[in-house]
Design a protein around this ligand. Structure first.
Ligand code: FAD
Length: 323
């Protein structure tokens, strides 16, 4: 059988679906952080593969759906996820070990990592750029925010640089003393880079992107996710648009939040609407809550208000809704 072709059950020779946008970037290393990168190494399927898979299950019923775009958007909206699992993407990525530890939590992926038992670990560790160094965030216990003086940023970078060099020096000394690679790597910190192949299906890649593009995710993993998203967008543009519309840029309201929204639309203040809907905004001592259902509702409200502002002023003769 010719390369790139496969025989169907009926014996018809099928051409493997090709995506020009994916072929153009195959193997290209997109830099992330100081020494990291992400590259698309292989792919299976594209938007057409999703449509093809869906038409098997829907058969004649798909005729009612206008076109491929309509079908993909219908599938996404109604969480008919299995057709999206027909597309698979394989990436090669190099990232600091502490980012790899977050990334590996996405259990549906197939992973093959550089082995520090087989090979000598490279002298490559991550030192954040000055613009990425901030203080400890108060509102997001896992995050960073606020300014740090330029002088302290330089000191932080220097300390990290010194630590990386020192750890690597210990590693080399241990190897020279005859310690096995699997043991000598012990002193190397999580700032050192690792490398892996990471293969996943589109449905789970979208899930990964949702979690790792979110502002609550660590800045560094967000940078990898953003680069991955750019590639995914090129390979499956229709599905990616559906993902942006129905998942990434959508706002999901809980039943309490719907109750608060309806109060707002009746003209109540935000404070009253939240109180009536049992969405707490303050602590017992009267100080403002920084996290929880109430503050999260305010964030959603800000998105909706922003969209209303973008929409422009109400037309003459119509009434502005204040929420
Ligand atoms: C901002 C942020 C902060 C985090 N903080 C922490 C933390 O402090 N400590 C910590 O330990 N983790 C933390 N995590 C990791 C988080 O709890 C998840 O483990 C990780 O995001 C992977 O999500 P997932 O399980 O949905 O994804 P995947 O593992 O990719 O799974 C995808 C989906 O498949 C299903 N699935 C997969 N495997 C199973 C299974 N075995 N059983 C049932 N369903 C399954 C689930 O529906 C799941 O949503 C954090 C993640 C984020 C994004």
């Amino acid at each position: 059988m010719e390369a790139g072709k496969q025989r169907s059950v009926e014996g018809t020779v099928l051409q493997k679906p090709k995506t020009e946008a994916a072929d153009q970037i195959l193997g290209q290393r997109f830099p992330v952080l100081d020494h990291g990168f992400i590259a698309l190494m292989d792919y299976m399927g594209n938007d057409s593969a999703i449509v093809q898979a869906a038409r098997v299950s829907y058969g004649e019923c798909t005729k009612t759906l206008r076109d491929d775009t309509g079908l993909i958007r219908h599938l996404f909206r109604h969480e008919h996820t299995s057709p999206f699992e027909m597309v698979e993407l394989k990436f090669l990525a190099k990232m600091p070990i502490y980012i790899a530890r977050q990334w590996i939590r996405h259990r549906t992926a197939n992973v093959n990592e550089y082995s520090g038992r087989y090979s000598v670990i490279k002298d490559s560790f991550y030192v954040p750029a000055p613009e990425d160094i901030q203080g400890q965030s108060e509102s997001n216990k896992q995050g960073r925010e606020g300014n740090i003086s330029e002088e302290n940023k330089e000191k932080i970078r220097k300390l990290m640089e010194t630590a990386g060099k020192q750890e690597y020096d210990w590693y080399k000394q241990l190897l020279e003393l005859g310690a096995p690679r699997e043991m000598a790597r012990g002193p190397l910190g999580t700032m050192f880079y690792t490398e892996w192949y990471w293969k996943n299906d589109l449905h789970n890649i979208f899930h990964f992107l949702t979690l790792r593009l979110d502002p609550h995710a660590q800045l560094e993993i967000r940078k990898y996710a953003a680069q991955m998203a750019e590639m995914v967008k090129k390979i499956v543009p229709i599905s990616f648009q559906a993902y942006e519309d129905f998942a990434r840029n959508s706002v999901r309201l809980s039943s309490k939040e719907i109750a608060a929204m309806s109060s707002l639309l009746r003209g109540e203040s935000v404070e009253d609407a939240c109180k009536n809907a049992n969405l707490g905004l303050t602590k017992a001592d009267g100080s403002k809550l920084k996290s929880g259902e109430g503050p999260e509702f305010l964030q959603k409200l800000a998105i909706i208000r922003g969209a209303i502002r973008d929409w422009g002023s109400p037309k003459e003769g119509t009434q502005a809704t204040t929420i």
